[in-house]
Design a protein around this ligand. Structure first.
Ligand code: IPD
Ligand code: CA
Ligand code: CA
Length: 277
């Protein structure tokens, strides 16, 4: 079934990407799921197209899709779908967004596809068979130190005040070449997989944000855990992905931030950055 699953995932992601592109050229009508949690017609149209195709090809498979149109299934096969990752970017006309489709068999990620329709970049991964960008095999970067790395992170659109990430953002910015906040966790993970970013972390992501991207990073030779180093599963609260080489340093930096929060230091001091920048 492996090949068929990948083929259907790819053609489905491309079709959904086409819908997003056509919607991107039109004025956007935004609705709100929460204070800053946006949803547009593009999210809904893309999801309807994806779920419709998956259901036609695999009527017995479960589908978990962000906007809620999924279905229960046979208990062994599960599609995990983000029809538009980067809705806020999309709604503001910032061309950084993607379709993300992951597939699990017996609880293990086996296929992941992320499609960025503006750049036409198609990221694919199958378990044990590597990761690809437009059919060319990709690997994580070989950057060996946090101090020379380029990182990415994101901030959730719900429960923002309770998210600790601003502390991490400050600290990691001072310890690295910089931290990008591009607004699409799926593309952030795909960028770790192809070596553009050396590491990525976020708190409170949903399974549909990460399912495909996590497989891409692992198949490209990288690591995805939590800050304690335990194996990451879609839906876990902490996501820490890297090229593997800087993973221990990222974890240590995270532990330092935690300690600073416990110590009541509102934000890390400049002098805590290596090199005292
Ligand atoms: C969001 C994006 C963003 C991340 C948020 C997600 P959405 O997904 O992945 O980068 O920081 O936590 O909710 O809502 O655009 O599908
Ligand atoms: Ca998302
Ligand atoms: Ca989404």
């Amino acid at each position: 079934m492996g090949n068929q699953v990948l083929e259907v995932a790819v053609e489905t992601a491309r079709a959904a990407g086409g819908i997003l592109l056509s919607e991107f050229d039109r004025p956007v009508t935004i609705s709100y799921k929460g204070e800053v949690d946006l949803v547009t017609q593009a999210d809904r149209r893309s999801e309807a197209a994806i779920v419709g195709r998956l259901r036609t090809h695999f009527p017995k498979h479960a589908i978990v899709a962000e906007e809620g149109s999924g279905q229960k299934g046979d208990g062994r096969h599960r599609w995990i779908v983000d029809p538009l990752d980067g809705t806020t970017n999309f709604a503001h006309g910032y061309p950084c967004f993607a379709v993300s489709i992951g597939f699990e068999e017996d609880g293990e990620l086996v296929v992941g596809v992320i499609y960025q329709p503006i750049t036409k970049e198609l990221f694919t991964a199958s378990r044990g068979e590597g990761a690809y960008l437009n059919e060319k095999q990709i690997r994580v970067s070989s950057i060996a130190h946090l101090s020379t790395s380029l990182l990415a992170t994101g901030f959730p659109s719900t429960k923002r005040a309770r998210n600790p990430n601003i502390h991490y953002y400050w600290n990691f910015t001072l310890r690295s070449h910089g931290v990008r906040r591009d607004g699409s966790a799926a593309l952030d993970l795909a960028s770790v997989a192809c070596g553009r970013f050396d590491g990525f972390w976020e708190f409170g992501l949903h399974p549909w944000d990460t399912a495909a991207g996590v497989l891409l990073v692992r198949e490209a030779g990288g690591l995805v855990t939590n800050f304690s180093g335990q194996h990451y599963r879609p839906g876990d609260y902490e996501t820490l992905a890297s090229n593997g080489h800087i993973h221990a340093e990222l974890r240590q930096a995270g532990a330092d931030v935690q300690q600073q929060i416990v110590d009541g230091l509102e934000l890390p001091q400049k002098s805590s950055a290596p090199g005292g920048e």
